[in-house]
Every structure is written in C-alpha cells, then in structure tokens.
Design a protein around this ligand. Structure first.
Ligand SMILES: C[S@@+](CC[C@H](N)C(=O)[O-])C[C@H]1O[C@@H](n2cnc3c(N)ncnc32)[C@H](O)[C@@H]1O
Length: 368
C-alpha cells in the first residue's frame, strides 16, 4: 500500500466529504483548546517575542479546523500583545498534509479568513505538502507545532506484516484484535515506535529552543492493546467485511491481507517514547474521552430520533470520509455502500450496549 497515495480524507465539501463529516475531530480539537492557547502564549513569550512567529499545523486535512486552530492561536497571542501594549509579531501559518490532501478546499476558505482579519497585523499562510515522518521545514524555524487526530496514522502498514509469508497472520482482522497473534501486536508497536521517534527527531531539528508542540491522537485507556472499547471501530469494520466475504461479495483473501496503517498508543507509551528520544520535555499530558454526545452539544446534528442521524450513522459516515480512498484502493469502490450500511448497523448495536465515545491522548512538550 503506497500510503502517501491512498491515505486521503474525502475531498470537497459535499455531503460525504471529510469537511462535512469531521465533527468528532472538531470536538477533540475543542477539548484541547485551553492547553493549546496557554502553550502557544508561552511559545510566543519564550521563543518568538518581537519576531515572526511560525506556527505549523501537521495533518491539517481539508476540514473546517484546518485553518481554525491557527486562527484561534493567533487571536489569543494578539489579545495578549494588546494587554501588554506590545506590537504583535507577524505570523506564518504553515498547513501540512500528505500530497493527495485536498488543499484547494482549504485555500478557498482563505479569502474569508483574510477578510475577517482586515486591519489587523500580518498573517501569511502556506501549504506544505509532504509526510510529517520526514523533514518539512528549515532548521530552527518553528515556534509552535500542533497536530490533532493525525499521528495515529503510521507511515506504512507495519513492516513485519508486509512480508509475503506474514500477510495472512492477522486473518479476518484489519487491526489489532483479541485473536491477533502476539507477533502482530509486536509489529504494530514497533512500527509506531519507529515512526514516532522519527517524527520527534525531525521536529527537534525544526523547532527553536523553547518552542512548543501540542499533539493529540487516538489512544488507549490501558496498556492492554486488545481492549474492545479501544479498537471497536476496527473490529466492527472487520466484522462487516467478513460478513460480506461469507456472502461472496468480497474476496476473503482481500480481507485477510488488509491491515490498517494505524496505531493508538497509551499515554504512558507516548510519554516513554518522548522521554527516551530526549529532545523535548513534557509540560502536560492528558487522556480523555470524546463522545458523540459532545457533538450534539456543539453542533446539534446527531440527535437520536426526529429523523436525524443516530450516533452510529454519524460515526459510520465519519469513518467512511476518513477511509474512503484507502478502502477503494484495496477492495474497489463497488463494495463501499454495502460495507458502510452493514458497519452502521453493527455500530448501532455496539452503541446500544456501550458508550459512543473514543479515547484520545494529548501531550504538550517543549524543545529543550
Ligand atoms: C483525521 S484527519 C485529521 C485532520 C485535522 N487535523 C482534524 O483534526 O480535523 C488526519 C490527517 O492526517 C493526515 N496524515 C496522515 N499521515 C500523515 C503524514 N505522514 N504526514 C502528513 N499528514 C498525514 C491525513 O492525510 C489526514 O488529512
């Protein structure tokens, strides 16, 4: 799987787009707003006062939050400068994602952004296509880095599962599961360790001393890698695929050979990796649940009943907007409607017995 080509959120702004199906990611971003603003103010005070302040959003995608996070940070810093009767810095907001990302949808929103800022200080916005598992920016050029709902994507399917002889080790599953052999669990953990270390090493080159990063990603509640509540969305996807395979609608071999390039770490795992890499000090960390009821509160779109979509339907549409291009490239487009209709039913059942939420982990770190 050439991930740089097939991992791309559903483009555009139509009903099935990532733009219109990323409310949960919006909730996750809103839950870390206070930490993000405190840390960005610190980055400004310590590392950027009086200069151009460079802020990078990694894995920005094409949803409503791509520019929003940077815009909110810039406003908070400008407010602080007004209180201190200081000239605010010029800002450079750098929006990164993989090459196939729909940057055009993001760029089309910029005239509104600049209109709202007319009469305020300068903010320059650039798109930076490329993988965050490599260098993206010049040395010592960034003051603040943010990434949300992106770092659980690995750079590739775990290397150890790509060998011909290993392709079917995780038979009938698409991610770590209770029935996965321990070598599958190890392969996922090792790939995440390699990737996250590389991510830290690259950012360590790019971030100035005293600069900060806030990273939020899907996580696990416990050290156990196989708890259903931490991976039910993959487990149910495998169930939906297997049900289609048993009816002859999908080749069984295709299901067996699909492994998601994804890993959700526990907070402890994440902190240990940051400490062992050594370039950053952890300033704060948090594990939290993001639930669909919070989407109700914020956006009032997912009420049950009244003909409105259920949490399960919203979740299924959200997962489809994220996985669309990856599943198309492996299984073909023809299976997707049936697959997600069945997936939605399985989620409905799961949410009737369990909370409709997902675990996230957040770390705020400072460059030593
Ligand atoms: C679920 S979206 C999250 C987007 C946005 N941050 C939000 O919270 O709505 C994950 C994004 O991470 C991007 N991504 C995944 N791996 C990446 C990599 N190695 N380098 C850059 N972006 C990556 C994907 O292309 C996708 O747009």
């Amino acid at each position: 799987m050439d991930l740089q080509r097939v991992l791309s959120m559903k483009s555009g702004v139509d009903e099935s787009s990532y733009f219109n199906n990323s409310k949960m990611q919006g909730v996750i971003i809103s839950k870390t707003k206070i930490t993000r603003q405190e840390v960005a103010l610190e980055a400004y005070m310590c590392a950027a006062a009086g200069q151009t302040m460079s802020i990078a959003e990694l894995g920005c995608s094409s949803g409503p939050t791509a520019v929003l996070v940077g815009a909110e940070l810039i406003e908070a810093i400008e407010r602080k400068c007004a209180q201190l009767q200081r000239q605010p810095p010029e800002f450079h907001l750098l929006l990164n994602d993989l090459y196939m990302n729909d940057f055009n949808t993001v760029f089309r929103s910029l005239p509104d952004f600049y209109r709202q800022r007319s009469g305020v200080g300068h903010c320059f916005i650039s798109g930076v296509p490329g993988s965050f598992y490599g260098r993206l920016f010049p040395s010592k050029s960034l003051h603040f880095v943010h990434s949300s709902s992106s770092l659980h994507w690995l750079s590739e399917v775990p290397e150890e599962l790509q060998y011909e002889s290993a392709q079917y080790l995780n038979k009938g599953k698409v991610y770590i599961s209770k029935s996965s052999p321990s070598c599958v669990l190890d392969a996922y953990l090792k790939q995440f360790q390699r990737d996250f270390r590389l991510f830290l090493e690259c950012r360590a080159e790019e971030i100035v001393t005293g600069g900060h990063m806030v990273l939020t990603l899907m996580g696990r509640k416990k050290s156990d890698l196989t708890l259903l509540e931490d991976c039910y969305y993959w487990e149910l996807l495998a169930d939906a695929l297997n049900a289609m395979a048993s009816k002859g609608l999908v080749e069984e071999e295709k299901v067996d050979s699909f492994n998601a390039p994804y890993y959700s770490p526990s907070l402890e795992e994440l902190k240990q990796l940051i400490e062992s890499e050594g370039s950053f000090s952890i300033r704060s960390s948090e594990q939290f649940e993001a639930g669909w009821d919070a989407v109700d509160d914020q956006h009032t779109i997912c009420e049950k009943g009244n003909g409105r979509p259920s949490y399960a339907q919203c979740m299924a549409k959200g997962v489809r907007a994220v996985l669309d291009s990856m599943l198309k490239s492996h299984f073909g487009e023809h299976i997707l409607d049936d697959l997600f209709s069945h997936y939605s039913d399985l989620l409905e059942n799961y949410y009737s017995l369990n909370k409709a939420e997902m675990t996230n982990v957040m770390v705020a770190v400072e460059r030593n």
